[in-house]
Design a protein around this ligand. Structure first.
Ligand code: GDP
Ligand code: IMO
Ligand code: MG
Length: 439
């Protein structure tokens, strides 16, 4: 049956929340498969702007069942707060299902995340400090605490005791920060267990039964291709499988159930945190010449490029076709949703990176060695812009200015994948459907 993976095709914040909300009406289940509350997905729906961190963005539709899959790491306090926020907004969360196999972010994970970043100094990743990396570390080391462990106080206490026997000496002796007692963690977490118990489920079975009954599933990725633990710009990545393949392992649904992979790409690129970013337009403080700084500042201010989770200014740069081609390959993209095209109305001309150059070699595809990416110089084509033309009211491709149409067709040719959705504003309705169908 038709199932779709919606995946970030750059370094996150591509507008996944908007597009998930837009297409979720065609799906019976909307499922998060990886990441945790490091994600910040903005949904503007029926006049309301909501920032979602753990709840799948399909929650706005009454008919859709939101599911948090086994590949997600759950901070129960954040989830309980988010559910209360949504309920206060009149959004029904009662259908939520949480995988019993998902791992739980513990207080010491957050402390270790912050402390380890401090230790790395100028080499820090720039994490969201939400405990994501340390929680996935425990999962891979087979020392994690899972959602199902919250169901039995005795088991939970025992697991916390075992964990603290390892974590407390690390917190104290390596990082010189405070330690925890079993009682204080239980006091905080067991009340969450009580609230979340009715939502816990065997979600792999639930989803497979749904597929057998002909239901549609939308898998909502968090972060993006270049933040993927395997395919991203390691070590400047998150700790989960953001790419489309993660949807299978992160939910327990076989890959043959997936018929479409929709990559979300901004009409330019942004990144939060450290790591290589060939088309970055730095600020004046970072040593950029006036022209570069102006482009970076304009993208940031017109695109409101500040993080939903941490409020940090996002690094901004021109569209990078090398990345687009790479994302198309490693995710098997069948479609692209191009977002924030309206932001480019601020420019006379628009640059597009078509390849990289490093030490005399031209790279059309992602270089094998990360060191090349750090030193790569973008090779740009400069396209005419549509400065001053407000395209946010356009609802069909033909209504767009000729130069805008040309820009989209040019990117489409470079990426090699149809751009079947075009977003021209944050609102649900500010969208041009250009051949997208859920099946
Ligand atoms: P996500 O993490 O991929 O869901 O993206 P974020 O929500 O973190 O960041 C995308 C931001 O761009 C949000 O503030 C959206 O409301 C906004 N947005 C999405 N699509 C568009 C668009 O086409 N144009 C404009 N101007 N803003 C958009
Ligand atoms: P959404 O889903 C953009 C980045 C962090 C940091 C790196 C590792 O909203 O697109 P982590 O806390 O995950 O260990 O941080 O990944 N990062 C994101 N950047 N959007 C996100 O999520 C991100 N989630 C994590 O800034 O560089
Ligand atoms: Mg985001």
């Amino acid at each position: 049956m038709p199932s779709t993976v919606l995946v970030g095709a750059q370094w996150g914040d591509e507008g996944k929340g908007k597009i998930t909300d837009l297409i979720a009406k065609d799906y019976d289940y909307v499922v998060r498969y990886q990441g945790g509350n490091n994600a910040g997905h903005t949904v503007v729906h029926a006049g309301k702007t909501l920032a979602l961190h753990l709840m799948p963005s399909g929650v706005m539709y009454e008919h859709a069942v939101p599911v948090i899959g086994n590949g997600v790491v759950v901070d129960p306090g954040v989830l309980v707060t988010e559910m209360a926020m949504l309920s206060a907004e009149g959004i029904d969360c009662s259908k939520l299902k949480i995988s019993c196999d998902a791992h739980v972010i513990m207080p010491y994970h957050k402390d270790l995340d912050g402390a380890d970043e401090k230790r790395l100094g100028s080499n820090q990743i720039g994490t969201t400090k939400r405990g994501i990396g340390p929680c996935y570390q425990d999962k891979a080391a087979r020392k994690g605490i899972r959602v199902q462990d919250l169901l039995d106080e005795k088991i939970f206490r025992l697991k916390v005791e075992t964990a603290l026997a390892q974590k407390n000496p690390i917190l104290e002796k390596i990082y010189n920060i405070h330690t925890y007692t079993v009682d204080e963690i239980c006091e905080e977490y067991l009340p969450y267990a009580k609230i979340l118990k009715p939502y816990m489920d065997e979600t792999a079975q639930l989803l497979n039964e749904a597929l057998a009954q002909g239901k549609n599933i939308l898998f909502e990725g968090a972060q993006g291709t270049l933040l993927d633990i395997d395919h991203g710009t390691y070590p400047y990545v998150t700790s989960s499988s953001c790419c489309a393949g993660g949807a299978a392992t992160g939910t327990g649904v076989g890959p043959v159930a997936i018929s479409k992979v929709l990559g979300i790409q901004k009409a330019y690129v942004t990144r939060v945190g450290g790591g290589p970013f060939p088309t970055e337009q730095r600020s004046a403080e970072e040593g950029a010449e006036a022209e570069e700084a102006e482009v970076g500042d304009t993208l940031c201010s017109v695109g409101h490029e500040y993080g939903v989770t941490t409020g940090r200014r996002r690094r901004c740069g021109w569209f990078d076709a090398v990345i687009a081609r790479y994302a198309a390959q490693v995710n098997g993209l069948t479609d692209i949703a191009l977002t924030k095209l309206d932001v480019l109305s601020a420019f006379d001309t628009i640059k597009v990176c078509v390849a990289y150059e490093c030490e005399g070699t031209r790279y059309e595809y992602f270089p094998m060695q990360q060191s090349v990416l750090f030193h790569a110089k973008p090779i740009y084509e400069e396209l005419p812009g549509w400065k001053g033309e407000d395209i946010s009211g356009c609802r069909s491709f033909d209504e767009l200015p000729k130069n805008t149409q040309h820009y989209v067709e040019y990117l489409e040719g470079l990426a090699g994948v149809p751009m079947s959705i075009i977003s021209v504003g944050p609102d649900h309705d500010q969208t041009i459907m250009r051949g997208w169908s859920s099946c």
